[in-house]
Design a protein around this ligand. Structure first.
Ligand SMILES: *[C@@H]1O[C@H](CO)[C@@H](O)[C@H](O)[C@H]1NC(C)=O
Ligand SMILES: *[C@@H]1O[C@H](CO)[C@@H](O)[C@H](O)[C@H]1NC(C)=O
Ligand SMILES: *[C@@H]1O[C@H](CO)[C@@H](O)[C@H](O)[C@H]1NC(C)=O
Ligand SMILES: *[C@@H]1O[C@H](CO)[C@@H](O)[C@H](O)[C@H]1NC(C)=O
Ligand SMILES: *[C@@H]1O[C@H](CO)[C@@H](O)[C@H](O)[C@H]1NC(C)=O
Ligand SMILES: *[C@@H]1O[C@H](CO)[C@@H](O)[C@H](O)[C@H]1NC(C)=O
Ligand SMILES: *[C@@H]1O[C@H](CO)[C@@H](O)[C@H](O)[C@H]1NC(C)=O
Ligand SMILES: *[C@@H]1O[C@H](CO)[C@@H](O)[C@H](O)[C@H]1NC(C)=O
Ligand SMILES: *[C@@H]1O[C@H](CO)[C@@H](O)[C@H](O)[C@H]1NC(C)=O
Length: 407
């Protein structure tokens, strides 16, 4: 297995040297081991084997942003790899109505795990609507100037989440947003200036630019409602009564969340999106799906990798739950009324939050093992490559990174 892997990586390195790797991001590997159960309702959806070695192309240049001649250029393919990659990159947290948010929390491991799972989670960002607590969060929304290729620019969100404010503003307690309306949460750490080699990459000028929430291992918790839309359905909606909470590689919204040209964000090249709770279509509007939009064993990034299971949208009550990106590439989405937002969550606390969910309400799916996405035939089924990153693989990854830097 390792020899095969090494060959495929060498292949990858050669294609890198030839400068061809940007087009070879996805492996032609079928999504593996999905359970044959039909779609039904769960309170916990787990994805195993999450994370792979691959590339995306960061945006290098945005030109004539507000002119019809608006264009974007991408730079060289950038490698990522390891547990949860590419969702190990800093992410922004997105909300679409009909929805209200009463609590949000972001957690980071107290100590980085080397086996098992994260033992203690430390809260590093927090919003509580009724207390009007806001720690390490910045609310932004797309209320800025429009661009033919980038869409609307990010601005600070006013207290209702959708208006424009002059400076960072805490979302009000009664923060219900309607269908199609969106706001985003970033950290409160300002980005350095826009630049290809800077931590936030190139971003649209004039926006309030903040860092996303970092960590290979991280957890996001939410208390929210998604009531049925009360406004009339008319043709002006893109997402009528389709609420969602999702994560994007934070680079995406800082250049363009809804570009007309794929090179205006790193999304199409696979820098990462994870939909935590997403209502997909009118037929199943009360079913919340979880989906990775990455190239881990698939070629159609728009469809992505979705579990054949959903969490029921409670249109009457308040929902609590979130997502854990844990050691070994285990991503767990759950809904539980025992969810706590305390400043430390020990693994035993998380256990008890989740233990109320019975086994029949849990669904597990395993992502394809992709040894190195630069090769199209490198499926190594049954391999535990990502579960045990180990010394050998670290060297390969380091080699890939070094070569990438040299190119
Ligand atoms: C987790 O945190 C608790 C305190 O909240 C501490 O007693 C315990 O030793 C920590 N465990 C680990 C593995 O760090
Ligand atoms: C960011 O949030 C933290 C936690 O609330 C706070 O201590 C810090 O002062 C904030 N920084 C800025 C620049 O607002
Ligand atoms: C949100 O607030 C803005 C002002 O910041 C206002 O113009 C807009 O009408 C408000 N939206 C709703 C739905 O109330
Ligand atoms: C805020 O979140 C950022 C992004 O993950 C993190 O680096 C930073 O340490 C956090 N700040 C505080 C005060 O916890
Ligand atoms: C559709 O409904 C929205 C929200 O109620 C309203 O602003 C808009 O004018 C309506 N559009 C049409 C074409 O009726
Ligand atoms: C809303 O209207 C669109 C057509 O404009 C239709 O496709 C969709 O099914 C409707 N949604 C609901 C929830 O009725
Ligand atoms: C995006 O950039 C690539 C690489 O530079 C180029 O081949 C492709 O045509 C561009 N796509 C669009 C839609 O401009
Ligand atoms: C609605 O979305 C679900 C989940 O992606 C999918 O299985 C189903 O086919 C979709 N239904 C329609 C009518 O598009
Ligand atoms: C949470 O409690 C409400 C009632 O308060 C109930 O309707 C709902 O089903 C519970 N949710 C979960 C995930 O158990």
């Amino acid at each position: 297995m390792r020899e095969l892997l090494f060959l495929s990586v060498l292949c990858g390195i050669f294609t890198s040297l030839l400068g061809l790797h940007a087009g070879l991001v996805s492996g032609a590997v079928p999504q593996s081991q999905s359970q044959s159960q039909s779609q039904s309702s769960y309170n916990l959806i787990e994805f195993d084997n999450v994370g792979f070695y691959g590339t995306f192309t960061p945006v290098k240049k945005l030109s004539d942003v507000e002119e019809d001649s608006c264009t974007c250029e991408v730079g060289d393919a950038t490698w990522f790899g390891g547990d949860n990659a590419p969702l190990d990159e800093p992410v922004s947290v997105h909300f679409r109505g009909p929805l209200s948010l009463s609590k949000f929390a972001y957690y980071y491991p107290a100590t980085i795990p080397t086996s098992g799972s994260v033992s203690n989670w430390t809260r590093m960002a927090y919003y509580d609507a009724s207390e009007q607590t806001s720690e390490n969060v910045t609310f932004l929304t797309g209320a800025g100037t429009t661009s033919p290729c980038l869409g609307n620019a990010l601005t600070y969100a006013s207290s209702n989440g959708t208006g424009e404010a002059d400076s960072a503003t805490v979302l009000e307690d009664d923060n219900f947003i309607y269908s199609d309306d969106e706001f985003v949460i970033f950290s409160n750490i300002s980005c350095p200036s826009s630049g290809y080699d800077k931590s936030c990459g190139v971003y649209r000028s004039g926006i309030p630019a903040y860092e996303g929430f970092a960590g290979t291992y991280k957890m996001f918790l939410f208390e929210f409602t998604m009531p049925t839309e009360t406004k009339e359905n008319n043709t002006s909606y893109d997402y009528y009564d389709l609420p969602a909470i999702w994560l994007l590689n934070a680079r995406i919204p800082r250049t363009s969340q809804y570009p007309s040209n794929e090179n205006c964000s790193c999304w199409a090249s696979g820098c990462g999106e994870f939909d935590i709770f997403e209502s997909m279509n009118a037929t199943q509007k009360n079913h919340l799906f979880s989906t990775f939009h990455s190239y881990q064993g698939i070629e159609d990034i728009s469809t992505g990798i979705q579990a054949s299971a959903y969490i029921e949208r409670d249109t009457e009550g308040t929902m609590m739950g979130g997502v854990v990106f844990d050691y070994g590439g285990e991503t767990t989405v759950f809904l539980s009324n025992s969810t706590s937002f305390s400043d430390v969550i020990e693994s035993s606390d998380l256990e008890s939050i989740i233990s109320g969910i019975s086994a029949s309400e849990e669904y597990t799916t395993t992502l394809a093992t992709v040894s190195a996405t630069a090769s199209t035939t490198s499926k190594s089924s049954g391999s535990s490559f990502h579960k045990k990153p180990g010394f050998f693989n670290s060297i390969i990854y380091a080699t890939m990174v070094v070569l990438n830097l040299l190119l």
